[in-house]
Ligand binder design. Structure first.
Ligand code: ADP
Ligand code: MG
Length: 448
């Protein structure tokens, strides 16, 4: 017998709103299960049916041998064995942190104030907030409030803990403190069901992942299977979307705000470091401003589909530019790449960039200074001013000079076409240089 047996569970609010269409699962004691999937697919409803905050339309939930859906089921007993942590914390605003943790122990377990206080202080210690015991919720940060809510659930010594998107209401800077508390709980024997969009949690903390889609567990498996080798198309599409940032640049893409905003969010979701995230954003923006949008403008039409893939913990990054709808754009980019492939080790379209030698970097810095001193010199001249520095360094020299507009202006006026190519290549190489991280010297850049 499993600790939780879910049998053909259905929940229907109306004929059109059927969040659960028949869920069946067995969950063993001590398992940590992540439930992932698009929004509106019944993840919250499933948790709410398991702890009977919601009454299922049909089917069974059997917890520790007891059918919690049966009429007359002892819901108070169920709630004692099962805690829940909500996205929105649900703390009483007029009670101090420690009181919030004491209350349910007194009302549901009949503990004395003294026992409840001692337990509350132990749990606050466990989540690292013993010094905040006397603070009111509005004196705490979001991450601290959520840790208090977790301490409140733990103080009941539940057998099962349900989490419904415990980090989605948090400012990104506070996500990790909550994740680390949850990570510490895994492996302590507590059975946990985590509805989450934090893929790092799903990937590294759970032993099984349920991918929900349209009111069903569409696919389940080990984290490795779901993230690396999903069997069904719907799962593959979902995993692709969370691993990849995609954006369509077209004649109507004039506002970078939206593009940058979505890329920034993606980098955060992928746990890219600050520098990696900044480099990805600059690379994409420079590419868009310097090459892609001008190409679209010249042609009067066309679109590029940009895809940035971030491997596990951002370890590997690939920037792909799909030109399926824009053959002229593809030719332009390929021509540019030819200009920078002198240092390339690998095949066409995926240059391996050489890291600059230290002395050369100093030269480049000097060149950049010189270029700056020259004030309003053109971009091509600045690139030339870098003298015998490598292409990459030339790009650096050029970089400080608001390259994009200048390059565009020159291109339009048609002057200096010869060195323009070199300058464009330098800018592109500079873009590509942003993709690898310190200590890595390869990147993948593909034009499709
Ligand atoms: P998820 O957590 O996966 O985003 P939910 O379980 O919250 O999805 O919701 C699934 C569907 O059920 C949604 O279409 C939602 O609007 C609907 N739903 C959830 N709760 C209620 C409710 N109390 N009344 C009516 N519809 C609801
Ligand atoms: Mg939900």
């Amino acid at each position: 017998m499993s600790l939780i047996e879910i049998r053909n569970l259905k929940k229907e609010y109306s004929p059109d709103v059927v969040p659960l269409r028949g869920v069946t699962a067995d969950i063993e004691a001590g398992e940590v299960i992540s439930i992932i999937g698009p929004s509106g697919t019944g993840k919250s409803t499933l948790l709410r049916c398991i702890n009977r905050l919601e009454t299922p339309t049909s089917g069974q939930v059997i917890v520790d041998g007891v059918d919690v859906c049966a009429p007359g089921a002892d819901l108070a007993k169920l709630r004692r064995s099962m805690g829940m942590v909500f996205q929105s914390f649900n703390l009483f605003p007029h009670k101090m942190a420690v009181e919030n943790i004491m209350l349910p122990q007194q009302s549901l377990l009949g503990r004395s104030a003294r026992e409840a206080y001692e337990e509350a202080m132990q749990q606050l210690e466990r989540v690292g907030l013993a010094d905040k015991a006397r603070r009111y919720p509005d004196e705490l940060s979001g991450g601290q409030k959520q840790r208090v809510a977790i301490a409140r659930a733990l103080a009941m010594h539940p057998q099962i803990l349900l989490f419904d998107e415990p980090t989605s209401a948090l400012d990104p800077t506070m996500v990790s403190e909550v994740l680390s508390v949850i990570r510490d709980l895994a492996g302590t024997g507590l059975t946990m069901l985590l509805v989450t969009h934090e893929m790092r949690l799903a990937r590294h903390v759970s032993n099984r992942v349920f991918f929900m889609k349209d009111g069903e567990i569409y696919e389940e498996g080990s984290p490795e299977q779901i993230f690396e080798n999903p069997l069904r198309e719907g799962t593959r599409n979902f995993i692709f979307r969370i691993r990849n940032w995609t954006y369509t640049l077209s004649p109507s893409s004039r506002d970078f705000h939206e593009m940058n905003g979505s890329l920034e969010k993606f980098c955060k979701d992928q746990f890219l470091g600050r520098r990696q995230a900044m480099n990805c954003q600059l690379a994409v923006e420079e590419l868009a401003v310097s090459f892609l949008l001008p190409a679209i403008e010249r042609a009067g039409q066309g679109a590029f589909q940009l895809t940035l893939f971030a491997g596990e913990e951002g370890a590997e990054r690939k920037l792909m530019i799909d030109c399926a709808d824009f053959p002229e754009g593809k030719k332009l980019l390929e021509d540019l790449l030819k200009n920078i492939s002198a240092d390339s080790g690998s095949g066409k379209g995926s240059p391996v960039l050489q890291k600059a030698e230290p002395e050369k970097s100093r030269e480049a810095a000097k060149a950049a200074e010189k270029a700056e001193a020259e004030g309003n010199a053109t971009i091509a001249e600045k690139a030339e001013a870098a003298g015998n520095a490598t292409m990459a360094e030339k790009a650096e020299a050029a970089e400080d000079a608001k390259t994009a507009e200048k390059a565009e202006a020159e291109e339009i006026s048609g002057t200096k076409t010869g060195s323009m190519e070199a300058a464009s290549a330098a800018i592109l190489e500079n873009v590509l240089r942003r993709l690898p991280d310190e200590g890595e010297d390869t990147m993948v850049f593909r034009i499709l």
